[in-house]
Design a protein around this ligand. Structure first.
Ligand SMILES: Cc1ncc(COP(=O)(O)O)c(C=O)c1O
Length: 449
């Protein structure tokens, strides 16, 4: 096999120019730039092109339409910026083209993922013998954990879900706060539950579930909490919820998509106190761990329950003593996404990860202070990296937000928070500096005039 040196040289040089342009280029492409993407809309080619021509076209036509979420001034959704070490790990792993299914298909993928998963358990101080599976995002991580929870409760009750199916099964109850992330509801819908079957608990002004308002629980109940509300960043009261759930024999799942990582912060880990009492957790790695999309981890206290849910058995699937990664995820074949998690944690270490989290939180506080001084109203207690903001005259918000977005200096999006229209700023990138915050605040000030 011939090594295509010019192809890979080109990619390295294109990636270098892209990274070097991040501070200077508009944070999001203009509508004009987006139009050039129409060049991609050609008929399926009859004749192929050389790899170098393909990649040149991808870069020349595609790069101008890229959102600079890898830079320091993108505050939309909850978006991390891939650490260089994780990009390099991603490239090398792609070059290895490993299937992280059965151990025999890639001992390296299996071992590196196992180490990465163990490190995450240690970093987040979760039970060290938990099972974990590397999936695409928090949506799938919660789906994975909740599928495991369901099978586990049925097994305990003596019902064989795998053999007898969901149609004749006894009812399982799903209890969550009215502030739950919509992807939990979607995940449950994939599992066959309608929204009207779910039980919603009122939340307080910060979006935290009010534990006292939970319905009576039982041993066929699954309670879903959240570590990090997507708007306010708040945390459900895990100690109180888990105590009630344990007493009733219920399962507790924590959606810690981004907020779960706060357990690695030296200054704010107390916010997620009690999370360790749950039965399962989900964390997104492409958010606050700052690695490339798509990457998340489903963690389940009872490792065997994951094996029972996802272990695929077939005569041709060789298994042995070693950990088979596919026994912990809904997929059989997949890329070795744990390699980037390992690379990021090896690079950052516990200290580096803690600093990364604290820097983001401190920047969020700077935004809150700067915006308050400008006359905006901050609607949430800024406990981590999330700021929810509004202005006196809400009718001016849409225009204001789009002026900021069009400035190209920074980007954040709208939201609704307890009946008020506003916008939300999420500082999730390791790259963001004090100077970035200042540039963004200046752009905001200009957009007001
Ligand atoms: C609390 C929470 N849960 C779940 C998700 C969904 O994550 P993903 O897009 O990685 O599936 C998000 C995304 O922002 C989130 O904030």
């Amino acid at each position: 096999m011939e090594f295509n040196q010019p192809l890979y040289d080109y990619v390295v040089s294109a990636a270098k120019s892209f990274e070097q342009s991040l501070d200077l280029r508009p944070v999001t492409p203009s509508a004009e730039t987006e139009k050039t993407l129409d060049y991609f809309r050609e008929p399926l080619p009859v004749q192929g092109s050389t790899p170098l021509d393909v990649i040149k076209m991808l870069n020349e036509v595609g790069e101008p339409g890229v959102v600079s979420s890898r830079g320091g001034r993108y505050y939309g959704f909850v978006t991390g910026a891939a650490l260089p070490v994780s990009v390099a790990a991603n490239w090398l792993a792609a070059s290895w083209d490993q299937n992280a299914g059965p151990y025999v298909l890639s001992p390296t993928a299996a071992v590196v993922e196992e180490v990465a998963g163990d490190w995450v358990l240690e970093l987040l101080d979760l039970p060290r013998d938990s099972g974990f599976g590397f999936v695409t995002g928090a949506t799938m991580a919660s789906f994975t954990a909740l599928s495991t929870a369901r099978l586990s409760l049925y097994k305990k009750s003596g019902y064989d879900l795998k053999a007898d199916g969901i149609r004749n099964a006894p009812k399982i109850r799903f209890i969550m706060s009215e502030e739950i992330h919509p992807t939990i509801i979607i995940g449950l819908q994939y599992m066959g539950y309608g929204k009207n079957e779910l039980e919603f608990v009122p939340a307080d002004d910060q979006g935290r579930m009010i534990a006292e308002k939970m319905p009576m629980l039982d041993d066929m109940s699954i309670v879903i909490c959240q570590a990090g509300n997507v708007n306010s960043g708040s945390f459900d009261p895990f100690d109180a919820i888990c105590a009630k759930a344990k007493e009733a024999g219920s399962w507790v799942h924590v959606d810690g998509a981004f907020g779960g990582w706060i357990r690695a912060s030296k200054t704010r880990s107390h916010l997620a106190k009690g999370m360790e009492h749950a039965d399962s957790w989900s964390v997104d790695c492409h958010k606050w761990l700052n690695i490339p999309h798509d990457s998340a981890i489903a963690i389940v206290r009872n490792r065997r329950a994951m094996l029972e849910t996802f272990g695929v058995v077939a005569p041709y699937l060789v298994t042995g003593e070693k950990r088979d990664p596919d026994h912990y995820t809904p997929e059989l074949s997949r890329r070795a996404r744990g390699i980037e998690v390992w690379a990021a944690l090896k690079h950052l270490g516990r200290e580096g990860m803690g600093d990364l989290l604290d820097r983001c939180c401190n920047h969020a506080q700077k935004f809150a202070d700067g915006l308050s001084k400008m006359g905006f109203k901050v609607l949430n207690d800024v406990v981590i990296n999330q700021v929810v903001v509004t202005m006196d005259d809400e009718s001016k918000l849409d225009n204001f937000i789009s002026r900021v977005q069009q400035s190209g200096k920074t980007w954040f999006g709208p939201t609704n928070w307890h009946g008020r229209k506003g916008f939300r700023i999420s500082v999730s990138s390791y790259v963001t500096t004090d100077e970035d915050v200042e540039i963004a605040l200046t752009a905001i000030r200009k957009a007001l005039n």
